[in-house]
Design a protein around this ligand. Structure first.
Ligand SMILES: *[C@@H]1O[C@H](CO)[C@@H](O)[C@H](O)[C@H]1NC(C)=O
Ligand SMILES: *[C@@H]1O[C@H](CO)[C@@H](O)[C@H](O)[C@H]1NC(C)=O
Ligand SMILES: *[C@@H]1O[C@H](CO)[C@@H](O)[C@H](O)[C@H]1NC(C)=O
Ligand SMILES: *[C@@H]1O[C@H](CO)[C@@H](O)[C@H](O)[C@H]1NC(C)=O
Ligand SMILES: *[C@@H]1O[C@H](CO)[C@@H](O)[C@H](O)[C@H]1NC(C)=O
Length: 387
C-alpha cells in the first residue's frame, strides 16, 4: 500500500516536472524503481535537463520494461543499452525489443551498442507511441548480419515427398542402368508436388513504421551485406541522416533509398562496394547533400552517377580504386558539388583531367601516375599539364 502511494506521488511529481520544464527531460526516478537501469541527469547547452537512462550489462535483457521506472510518464532524452552480448551461437537468445516497450514514456534517442541483436529485433513494434518523439536511433556493433530489408519475405519452393501406391523395381546396379536411361524401369508415380512457403530472412526494418519523426539512423559496425529495394518503410520519410559505415555491404539494389524522401546525408564508408548505380536514389534527387563512399572498392563510377542530384554538395570517395576523373561523370554537376575527396585513389593525371580547372569545386587527391606527377595534388598537376 505504502509502495503504491509512493508510486503515485512520484508519478504526480514527475508529471508536474513536465509542466515546469516543457520539452526538457524528466527528473530521474528513484534508483530502486529502475534498477538494473540507472539514470543520469545532466544539463546540456540547449536544455537545463538532459535525462539519460542506461543499462550496461547482460541482466538488462530480462528487465527491459523497467527502463521507465514503476511509474513511467517520463520524458527521456536518451536511452542507452550496451553489453548485452550473446556468447554462444543460439540465435533465439539474441535481443528483440519487446512489444509495447516504452509505452509509458517518451524517448528522443535510443542507442544500442555492443549488443547481440536478433535480425527481428524490431519485429514487435517496440516504438508504438513514439511517433512524435523518437528522433535518433543507433544500433551499432550489434552483430546485424545479412540483408537489410523492409518486409524481407522470400518464397521458397520445397519438394513435397509424395507417397505413391505404385511400386517400381529399383535397379540393383545403378551404374548399368544409368548408361542407357531407356532401360530404367518406368515410374508411374505422380508428378512431383511443390510447396511454396514464405519465409522471412533479413534484418527487418518494418518495425520503424512508428518512428515517423526519426531524423537519424545509425547502423554502423555490423555485418550488413546487402540493401534491398525499398529497404526502409515509407513512414520514415523524415529521416535525414543514415549511417551504414563499417559493414560488409557489396550489393545495393535499385530503389534502395527511394522511400527516404528527406535523406540528406548517407554514409556508406568502410564497406565492400565495387559499383553503385544511380537508381538507388530518386531521380531527380533534391535532398541528398553529402554522400560518403570512403574506403570501398569502387574503380569506375557510372557516367550518370551524379546526374540530377540537385542538392549534392559533398562527395567523399577517398580510398577506393578510381583511376580517372572523367568529365562526363563529374562535370555536369560542377557548381553544385562543392567538395570532392578523391584522396587515396590511384589517379592518372593526363590531359583528360585538364577540365577540372574550369571550376571552383574543391578536389582533393594526389596523382599516382605518370611518375612526374606522382604525389602532386590533381589541381596543381592539371594546371601544369601542357596538352
Ligand atoms: C559473455 O561473456 C562475457 C565475458 O566472458 C561475460 O561478462 C558475460 O556475462 C557473458 N554473457 C552472457 C550472456 O553469458
Ligand atoms: C564491439 O563490441 C565488442 C563487445 O561485444 C567489443 O569488444 C568491440 O570492441 C566493439 N567494437 C567496436 C568497433 O566498438
Ligand atoms: C562479408 O561478406 C562476405 C561475402 O561477401 C563473407 O564471406 C564474409 O564472411 C563477410 N564478413 C563478415 C565479417 O561477416
Ligand atoms: C556490380 O559488380 C558485380 C560484381 O562485382 C556485378 O556482378 C554486377 O553486375 C555489377 N553491377 C552493376 C550495376 O554494374
Ligand atoms: C563551372 O563550370 C560551368 C561551365 O563549365 C559554369 O557554368 C559554372 O558557372 C562554373 N561554376 C563555378 C562555381 O565556377
Amino acid at each position: 500500500m505504502k509502495y503504491r502511494v509512493m508510486e503515485l506521488i512520484t508519478c504526480v511529481l514527475l508529471m508536474a516536472s513536465f509542466v515546469n520544464y516543457g520539452i526538457a527531460g524528466s527528473s530521474c526516478p528513484p534508483e530502486e524503481y529502475i534498477s538494473p537501469w540507472f539514470c543520469i541527469k545532466t544539463s546540456s547547452s540547449t536544455q537545463n535537463f538532459y535525462t539519460i537512462v542506461v543499462c550496461n550489462r547482460p541482466e538488462c535483457k530480462d528487465h527491459l520494461y523497467r527502463v521507465d521506472g514503476a511509474a513511467g510518464h517520463l520524458v527521456l532524452d536518451k536511452v542507452i543499452i550496451t553489453g548485452i552480448t550473446n556468447n554462444d551461437t543460439d540465435k533465439d537468445w539474441n535481443l528483440k525489443l519487446p512489444s509495447r516497450w516504452l509505452l509509458m514514456s517518451r524517448v528522443r534517442e535510443l542507442e544500442i551498442r555492443d549488443t547481440t541483436l536478433s535480425d527481428c529485433f524490431l519485429c514487435n513494434n517496440p516504438f508504438q507511441e513514439q511517433d512524435q518523439y523518437l528522433k535518433k536511433l543507433v544500433f551499432s556493433n550489434c552483430s546485424l548480419k545479412g540483408k537489410l530489408c523492409n518486409e524481407c519475405t522470400t518464397t521458397i519452393k520445397k519438394l513435397v515427398t509424395t507417397t505413391t501406391t505404385t511400386t517400381t523395381r529399383r535397379p540393383r546396379q545403378y551404374g548399368f542402368y544409368s548408361r542407357n536411361i531407356n532401360h530404367f524401369p518406368r515410374s508411374t508415380s505422380p508428378e512431383p508436388k511443390y510447396e511454396y512457403t514464405k519465409i522471412a530472412n533479413g534484418i527487418r526494418m518494418n518495425g520503424l513504421t512508428n518512428a515517423k519523426s526519426l531524423e537519424s539512423l545509425d547502423l554502423s559496425f555490423n555485418a550488413i551485406e546487402e540493401i534491398n529495394s525499398n529497404a526502409f518503410p515509407p513512414e520514415v520519410s523524415s529521416l535525414k541522416i543514415l549511417v551504414l559505415s563499417h559493414n560488409n555491404i557489396s550489393v545495393i539494389s535499385s530503389a534502395a533509398f527511394t522511400t527516404l524522401t528527406s535523406l540528406s546525408e548517407l554514409d556508406l564508408s568502410h564497406n565492400k562496394l565495387a559499383n553503385l548505380s544511380r537508381n538507388i536514389f530518386d531521380s531527380p534527387d533534391s535532398k541528398l547533400e553529402v554522400l560518403n563512399l570512403n574506403w570501398n572498392r569502387i574503380s569506375v563510377l557510372q557516367e550518370n552517377m551524379f546526374s540530377l542530384m540537385l542538392a549534392l554538395k559533398k562527395v567523399n570517395i577517398a580510398h577506393n580504386f578510381l583511376q580517372y576523373i572523367p568529365s562526363a561523370t563529374w562535370r555536369q554537376e560542377l557548381g553544385v558539388i562543392q567538395t570532392i575527396d578523391l584522396s587515396g585513389n590511384f589517379l592518372i593525371c593526363d590531359c583528360d583531367i585538364k577540365w577540372i580547372l574550369a571550376n571552383e569545386t574543391e578536389i582533393t587527391g594526389l596523382c599516382s601516375a605518370p611518375w612526374k606527377f606522382a604525389y602532386q595534388p590533381v589541381k596543381r598537376a592539371a594546371a601544369t599539364l601542357i596538352c
